[in-house]
Design a binder for this molecule. Structure first.
Ligand code: MOS
Length: 707
């Protein structure tokens, strides 16, 4: 292990485990008004009238008429209103906010508000949705010829459901009008500069009119990428009207029903096979975007780029749409569109292999990309593709190949076993030219006269360890003890915009900028002086420029790689399946802290197993999400943690700090493919087409197949 990989105690560890960390809900409430949102009760309607009860002294109602700037939240597009316009587009859409000193009184007033709706027909079924938010299409080779010459053509449809981020801390935000006229907004979030841009627009002020601080944040997983921008605008508008601090913290039910979650998907794969090889794929992807666009464009882009998996498919056509339905807007969740398409392509390859009578792993291996091969978008895999070695590692650890062949044979008895493998990647960093053209990250190091160095960057600690790994990098280059390097909760008033905390980019992109900044400072270091250095992002020169218009070029500079094997045992009397073992090999480059990276790998692996098996969420025929508590929306608990075996395989990336690549999202991506393939074996070789695959789904197969 490299020295930089040796684990240290996380800098935020003591405060978090002792309960000293102040989350947004923990701040002293003295003089702070409580805000509670009025959520729409119907999925699609024109608002005829909002009739308020008499408001006692000190209580106010805030809605779109109180927005001093623009009633549109700046996300990728700006169709999300701060407070509802003339219509509501989903159950839960915020119409207004009741604000006042006593939370119980705020609740009472809220319950007495009468909203008169003129109901409109909602669109709830993705298959019937017609309003296209985003449409992309790309391809290569000669699809028509490949299908014309095929020995056999396969066509299958795959579906995935919602997944809710289920962070421990619900969404929460607080806005404080300051004496100098600035609005100070702080709370639970991943992206302080996204929130800043949104609040500036809603308040109609310039960059000096507002500053944003990330409070200690109890998990994000993508759920605090865009949603906090909306809530921040709502509390800022309320605080502006009240001219007093306003805080709004969601309860768990609000959070589960009304905040963004992973896009449900519907993928149709049409595949041509000739002489036992896949020669072409024609892929149609549909994502349920919910009522507003939020992040659907970028989630869909990543999903489409990953649609042919880790396979070298010469003739390819991919078309995808994010569609509007009158449901909670969906958004970012660890993996960002890729878990959906990787699930589909992994099962598709598995199904074709079985039909051809060959082992699915051997079939996949015969199609796997290698260094120097073209990517789906005609970019290039510039760096080593270590999948063969990683598959061997997993095989050695869990005896995959032998079990995979054995469990394929007919089984009898109450308990049946299966093992599945998925092979996948995560494109590290922003998709396409995002880093170069949009983010343009800047970071700084401030050295104080006593020799302490402060990191100035905008990336937030969300459990992934940046408050520790950033200082480790800087301390190493400066030969300082770790205690001498400090990274505080970021505030836009103090730190430059080093970009959002998303896309597994922070360590790889900003970590490398900090390493270069530290080298600069080391070269200029003068004892006793106050010094500042700055670094700007430069795109690596090997990149084939990506064009979003034709989806052509390097969508990512490099890739983190993953191999998952999951072994299950199904109880044919109850339908319950138990994960006997889960083995993963992960290449995220050099781990900047072994424990931090292992925590990410294990947590993500488990989240992927939850997504594949038990995390079922859906809405009823009125469009209301039915799973609104942790007894109705099940996530893995400590009792569900299987024997997880995570192996780190290190391929160093020359443009990442000490060879590190993006790590955070990778380990979730392969869960559904491996889990459902394992279930297929245990269930006698049936072909399954959706995730999550729950106990009920399993029972239905057992009954139908007479197992
Ligand atoms: Mo993330 S899912 O890029 O916040």
């Amino acid at each position: 292990m490299k020295e930089i990989s040796c684990p240290v105690v996380k800098k935020d560890h003591g405060d978090k485990v002792s309960g000293r960390s102040l989350y947004v809900g923990d701040y002293d409430g003295e003089g702070v008004l409580t805000g509670k949102l009025l959520h729409a009760k119907v999925a699609h309607a024109r608002i005829v009238e909002v009739s308020l009860p008499e408001l006692p002294q000190g209580y106010l109602y805030v809605d779109r008429n109180d927005v001093p700037g623009d009633n549109n939240v700046n996300i990728v597009k700006d169709d999300t209103p701060v407070y509802a316009r003339e219509t509501v587009e989903y159950i839960g859409e915020p119409i207004g906010m009741v604000v006042g000193p006593d939370p119980k009184e705020v609740e009472r007033l809220l319950s007495e508000i009468q909203v008169t709706y003129e109901e409109l027909e909602p669109v709830l079924d993705l298959r019937k949705a017609s309003e296209v938010f985003f449409h992309y299409e790309y391809g290569k080779g000669d699809l028509e010829a490949a299908f014309a010459q095929a020995d056999k053509v396969y066509e299958e449809e795959f579906e995935t459901g919602y997944q809710e981020q289920a962070y421990l801390e619900t969404q929460g935000m607080m806005a404080v009008p300051e004496a100098d006229g600035r609005m100070f907004v702080h709370g639970s979030m991943q992206c302080i500069y996204y929130v800043k841009g949104a609040v500036m627009r809603a308040l109609g002020c310039g960059p000096d009119g507002v500053h944003i601080l990330q409070d200690p944040t109890g998990g994000g997983f993508g759920g605090k990428e865009a949603f906090p921008s909306i809530l921040a605008c709502q509390v800022a508008v309320a605080a502006h009207k009240a001219q007093a601090p306003v805080r709004c913290v969601f309860d768990r039910r609000e959070d589960l029903e009304y905040t963004s979650k992973r896009h449900p998907s519907l993928c149709v794969y049409k595949v041509a096979v000739k002489d036992g090889r896949v020669t072409a794929m024609d892929i149609d992807v549909k994502f349920n975007g919910g009522a507003y666009t939020t992040l659907s464009a970028v989630v869909l882009q990543r999903g489409l780029i990953c649609a042919d998996g880790v396979y070298n498919i010469e003739n390819l056509h991919v078309v995808g749409e994010a569609l509007k339905t009158n449901t909670t807007p969906t958004g970012a969740y660890r993996g960002f569109g890729a878990p959906q398409t990787f699930f589909a392509v992994e099962l598709m390859m598995d199904h074709i292999a079985r039909d051809l009578g060959v082992d699915s792993l051997e079939f996949k291996e015969a199609h796997m990309v290698k260094q120097g091969d073209a990517t789906s978008t005609s970019g290039m895999y510039h760096f080593p593709v270590p999948l063969p070695a990683m598959i061997d590692e997993v095989d050695r650890a869990c005896d995959f190949r032998r079990k995979h062949k054995e469990y394929a044979k007919p089984q009898t008895g109450r308990y049946r076993r299966g093992i599945g493998m998925s092979v996948y990647f995560h494109g590290a960093g922003f998709t396409g030219a995002g880093e170069r053209d949009t983010i343009k990250a800047v970071c700084k190091l401030h050295k104080y006269p006593d020799g302490t160095v402060e990191i100035l960057a905008s990336n937030g600690e969300i459990g992934q360890g940046v408050r520790t790994t950033f200082p480790k990098i800087v301390a190493r280059e400066l030969n300082l003890p770790l205690e001498k390097v400090y990274y505080d909760q970021p505030d836009t008033a103090r730190v430059p915009d080093s970009g959002p905390t998303v896309a597994s980019r922070s360590l790889m992109i900003v970590g490398e900028l900090l390493r270069r900044a530290a080298i600069q400072l080391r070269d200029k270091w003068v004892d006793g002086e106050d010094q500042m250095v700055e670094e700007h992002y430069k795109e690596p020169n090997f990149m084939i420029p990506f064009s979003l218009e034709d989806f052509h070029g390097d969508a990512y500079p490099t890739y983190a790689w993953g191999v998952h094997a999951i072994e299950v045992e199904v109880d044919t009397c109850t339908g319950r399946s138990q994960v006997l073992g889960a083995t993963g090999s992960f290449d995220v480059g050099t781990p900047i802290d072994y424990n931090v990276v292992m925590g990410q790998m294990e947590g993500g692996f488990l989240q992927g197993i939850g997504y594949a098996s038990m995390e079922h969420m859906n809405y009823d025929n009125k469009g209301r999400i039915r799973n609104n508590s942790f007894s109705d929306y099940l996530i893995p608990t400590t009792r569900d943690v299987p024997n997880l075996n995570c192996i780190l395989h290190v391929e160093e990336y020359p443009d990442g700090p000490y060879g590190a690549k993006g790590a955070g999202e990778l380990p979730l991506v392969g869960g559904p493919g491996a889990y459902v393939e394992a279930l297929e074996q245990a269930l006698g070789g049936v072909k399954l087409h959706h995730a999550p695959f729950t106990i009920e789904d399993t029972m239905n197969v057992i009954l139908k197949e007479g197992l």
